[in-house]
Design a protein. Structure first.
Length: 722
């Protein structure tokens, strides 16, 4: 298959869900079964994604295929020259893996929703919203530039708003959707500013072109500080979408949406968009930016894990678990463990999608009960849900032979290696502590939900296994949580095909802005042949070949990663693996001691540690703090502005109106009684004189002679008085 055919397939995969969205939204009310069209379309998109991935990873495994077209031609711009804004599609190994992940989770959610959402009054609209969400996420995956990512980024925000607030008649759901939308806008503003910094300097949004400029020594405004700022600002978008501190508050509340939506948004797609964005800009991140990213991820992971320890809502536990695992991925990218961050993104998508859908199966069976304290003993009633959920729990806990063990092992080894090379040991310490906490709270969830005796006998009696449309997706995701799909060696992910498909991009930032251990990277020679390319390198180099295809030829770029870091990861691989297994085992053991075997009373322990328990149970009062510091103050400010508008501005306006009316009244009185009075008086006098004199004009000669004689006599009397 040709490269242009692969591009065509990617475009087809992108627009198929959009077509389904439009048709189902317009005609869904008229044709009740039309939602099946959307389900069929997403199934076709999944099959095409599998085929695209197969072709790419067999025929073009070392190539990056890019195609671009001019979207806006701005002509000649002063001091810049001819400026165009291009959009394009990029297909590399990361792209095709993400295409598979997004379409698979979306397809399984579609099938699961047929049973879960049955009878909902807005059934067809729900499937239309799933379509627009899938389209938005796929757009982010295949974009080759920052502008296109930003466009689809905002579409993801819109579609998630629609899905979270799907049951908008519930105030909690409408509030949650608004909270998610506004919180993400905060991060998106920073992301937009970061994109503008790069565009202002390079006049392009293309990743390849921006990286080329930076590698040639051209940094924003001539300063590495601005390059750091651009990286951190773009990362702010990921802080919002991937629910990192301090913008994590929207994700737990987003559980108000339908449970299948939680699997789609909070497991594999929307929250993964932030991690995917950081992976895409990885090459331009300076050492300072990466350290900030690592610290934010580490704090997020332990902060969210501490909250998940005490939550009783099954979806809230999974929500804070998701925030914690996203912190893991962001932390891994910050320390340079690029492969394992992306590896964990993929494995987490499957086992967390499994657990969200599993929780949906439980909630469906328990007549929409979400409180784990009302559950218990459900493994007897729901064996398929229990077994698949247990596999997902083992995976997220990092138990051997699961996919989560492979990705977490490499991720923790990466943090340990980073600590050894930089001295930032707090980051790996947090990583390992969170591994133990994760195992504890996840097995707490399993035991409270599925083990023991029923806590609500009435609901237990009516519980039953979910229909096949709900259990088959669970089985598929459970299978994908086993190691064999990623590597034949369950203890060494580096021996697997996934590890070989995903390569770590070499940083393009100036040497002085890198970590010390990245400053002495080896440079490789290249030789080009007719059939392909060969690169000479030693066995410690990690090399990725990117072939960017244009109109008349191709540009071949060799990317290497730090030998020292790779070597250090190999050194700490087995110690990290052993330590993570021990901590996971301890977490599982404590969960069984407290909730299964009742050797430790959790209520007494909570009472003994009441201040810490209250902090965890009340989510560290972050929502209350935000409400007091930001929301209430913003409302106070809005009330002040309203008062100022009503009292001062309107007072001035109304006062001016009153004064104007007073002056107008005076002017009106003066005009009426003085000006008009004088005018009318003059007219009256003139009229009276006219009336009087008119009587003297008789038209008779005799009368006029008498007037003349009389006038002469009067004049003589005046002139010559007696």
């Amino acid at each position: 298959m040709t490269e242009s055919s692969l591009i065509s397939l990617a475009v087809t995969i992108l627009f198929l869900p959009l077509v389904g969205f439009a048709i189902v939204l317009l005609f869904g009310k008229r044709y009740e079964k039309l939602y099946l069209l959307e389900v069929g379309i997403i199934t076709v998109a999944l099959l095409l994604s599998i085929f695209t991935g197969f072709v790419k990873l067999t025929d073009y495994v070392n190539d990056t295929i890019i195609t671009q077209f001019t979207w806006i031609d701005l002509g000649n711009v002063p001091s810049i020259g001819h400026l165009t804004v291009n959009l394009g599609i990029m297909i590399d190994n990361v792209t095709v893996i993400m295409l598979f992940v997004v379409t698979l989770i979306s397809a399984l959610v579609h099938y699961f929703s047929i049973a879960y959402m049955k009878g909902d009054s807005r059934f067809s609209r729900y499937f239309a919203y799933l379509g627009i969400f899938t389209f938005s996420m796929l757009g982010i995956v295949i974009a080759d530039n920052l502008l296109m990512i930003y466009i689809f980024w905002e579409l993801v925000g819109l579609s998630s708003y629609l899905l979270i607030g799907f049951w908008y008649e519930k105030k909690s759901a409408s509030d949650a959707s608004m909270k998610a939308f506004l919180t993400n806008r905060v991060g998106d503003i920073g992301m937009f500013i970061g994109i503008l910094i790069l565009f202002t300097n390079y006049h392009t949004f293309s990743f390849a072109e921006i990286f080329a400029h930076i590698s040639n020594g051209v940094v924003p405004f001539g300063s590495n500080g601005w390059l750091t700022a651009a990286g951190i600002l773009i990362f702010m978008g990921a802080v919002g979408k991937s629910a990192q501190i301090p913008l994590h508050i929207w994700l737990p509340d987003a559980m108000e949406g339908p449970t299948p939506v939680s699997a789609l948004i909070h497991a594999a797609t929307m929250v993964a968009a932030g991690v995917y964005l950081v992976a895409r800009i990885f090459a331009l991140l300076t050492a300072d930016a990466m350290l900030v990213i690592a610290v934010v991820g580490a704090i997020t992971s332990i902060f969210a894990a501490s909250i998940a320890l005490t939550q009783n809502d099954i979806k809230k536990v999974l929500a804070y678990s998701t925030v914690s695992q996203l912190g893991y991925m962001v932390m891994a990218l910050g320390v340079g463990a690029y492969k394992f961050a992306f590896f964990h993104l993929v494995t987490h998508a499957f086992f967390k999608g499994l657990m969200f859908l599993g929780s949906g199966s439980v909630i469906y069976s328990m007549h929409h009960e979400q409180d784990m304290r009302q559950m218990g003993g459900l493994r007897k009633k729901m064996p398929i849900t229990y077994i698949t959920f247990l596999i997902g729990t083992l995976a997220i806990s990092g138990v051997p032979l699961t996919s989560g063990f492979l990705s977490k092992d490499g991720l923790l080894a990466g943090t340990w290696a980073f600590g050894n090379l930089t001295g930032h040991y707090l980051i790996p310490i947090i990583g390992f502590v969170v591994a133990g906490m994760t195992a504890f709270y996840m097995f707490r969830l399993v035991i409270m939900t599925f083990h023991g005796e029923p806590n609500n006998q009435h609901k237990y009696d009516h519980a039953h296994e979910s229909p096949k449309l709900m259990t088959v997706p669970l089985i598929i995701l459970a299978l994908l949580s086993i190691f064999i799909f990623y590597t034949p060696n369950p203890t060494a992910p580096a021996d697997g095909w996934f590890y070989n498909w995903v390569k770590t991009p070499q940083t393009v930032v100036p040497e002085e802005a890198r970590f010390e251990f990245m400053k002495s990277e080896s440079h490789s020679k290249e030789t080009h042949g007719v059939e392909g390319s060969e690169t000479e390198h030693n066995e410690n180099d990690v090399i990725e070949n990117h072939e960017v295809h244009g109109g008349s030829g191709s540009e071949h770029v060799t990317i290497t990663h730090s030998e020292m870091y790779e070597h250090e990861m190999h050194v700490v691989h087995y110690p990290a693996m052993i330590l993570s297994i021990i901590l996971a085992g301890l977490g599982i053991l404590f969960a069984f001691l407290m909730y299964q075997w009742k050797k430790i009373d959790p209520d007494k322990l909570a009472e003994r540690l009441k201040p810490l328990y209250n902090l965890s149970y009340n989510k560290w009062y972050i929502d209350e703090i935000y409400s007091m510091v930001f929301i209430e103050r913003l409302l106070d400010f809005s009330r002040f502005v309203s008062w100022f508008d009503a009292t001062i501005v309107d007072g001035v306006v109304n006062g001016s109106a009153t004064v104007t009316r007073g002056i107008a009244n005076i002017a009106g009185w003066f005009d009426t009684y003085v000006v008009d009075g004088l005018v009318n008086f003059t007219a009256f006098v003139s009229g009276f004189a006219g009336l009087t004199l008119r009587k003297m004009q008789t038209g008779k000669l005799q009368t006029y002679i008498v007037y003349v004689v009389f006038s002469v006599i009067i004049i003589l009397l005046i002139i010559r008085p007696f």
